[in-house]
Design a protein around this ligand. Structure first.
Ligand code: AMP
Length: 279
């Protein structure tokens, strides 16, 4: 596995392999876990060259403390990537990715105005900035994203349409801990008591799917929030049940098309997100 810390070195490494076949790319912020590994393994199975980036992107953090406290585990990340079959890992400095400030403002319309977009101002603009830059460095055929960040996938697809990027976006299922908690780099920041309580998020979402038989959409949203908020260690920031393409709230289970429930929960100082498919 080649470790590249500059854009020039990365471009050389990818160029020397491009003729061999398709290039797959997995962007990450490091502190890698089995969820990330599942993306890398899928990428490995579907491409000749596997490129992974490990970069904590400052422009997508709307909270300075969150950026400061974000876990960084470079040595372990390199070991995990090596064993997951990565060919090229890109670990740049901030100056390497942003030699000048990125002043681009993306407009995602309604997709970007709700849920994470409403609660983390500027977050998706920063995601689009970094992913578009990484795409221009790597020029992958396919890029792999986790459904854990459900709304982010819609944002990335919109960004690709806006900049006419030919990259194929591949969606990968959520990897969970044995107790159901969605794997996240932020889970390591939970203290023991909060880590023990956190699986209630997925348990509640999973239980709410059956309630759809007798409860309407509004009642289901209310029930999920009440269940989770009844635990004194947690506070639901939002829970919405949305169309899987437009990200807009639905008001009836008769809605045409796939429907997901998306949640953000503050667990002490740690903010966790998760989602579930209803239909
Ligand atoms: P991050 O390092 O958190 O920015 O995540 C990098 C990529 O890994 C994103 O596409 C995430 O959606 C994906 N990812 C993070 N956690 C999981 C998980 N538990 N299961 C599947 N994909 C994940």
């Amino acid at each position: 596995m080649e470790i590249c810390r500059t854009v020039a070195r990365l471009k050389d490494a990818v160029a020397s392999r491009r003729g061999m076949g398709t290039v797959g790319f997995v962007p990450t912020m490091g502190a890698l876990h089995a969820g990330h590994a599942s993306l890398v393994e899928r990428c490995r199975a579907e491409n000749v060259t596997v490129v992974v980036s490990v970069f904590v992107n400052p422009t997508q953090f709307n909270d300075k403390n969150d950026l400061k406290n974000y876990p960084r585990t470079e040595e372990a990340d390199i070991a995990l990537l090596e064993s997951a079959g990565c060919d090229i890992v890109f670990i740049p400095s901030v100056d390497e990715v942003y030699p000048e400030p990125d002043t681009r403002q993306f407009d995602f319309g309604a997709i970007g105005a709700v849920m994470e977009g409403a609660h983390r101002p500027g977050h998706f603009n920063g995601v689009a900035q970094v992913v578009s830059r990484l795409f221009s460095f790597v020029e992958p055929d396919k890029a792999y994203f986790g459904e854990k960040d459900f709304q982010q996938i819609a944002i990335i697809k919109s960004m690709c349409r806006q900049i006419s990027s030919p990259v194929e976006i591949v969606e990968c299922p959520i990897k969970r801990e044995k107790d159901g908690l969605a794997m996240s780099s932020r889970n390591t920041l939970l203290d023991a008591e909060r880590r023990e309580a956190a699986p209630v998020i997925h348990m509640t979402l999973a239980a709410s799917v059956a309630r759809r038989e007798w409860a309407d959409v509004e009642e289901t949203k209310k029930w999920v929030k009440e269940q989770i908020d009844s635990n004194e260690l947690m506070k639901v920031e939002y829970y919405d049940i949305v169309d899987a393409v437009t990200m807009q709230s639905i008001d009836s289970w008769d809605h045409d098309g796939a429907v997901y429930g998306c949640i953000a929960v503050q667990v002490g100082s740690v903010r966790l997100i998760d989602n579930i498919r209803y239909k």
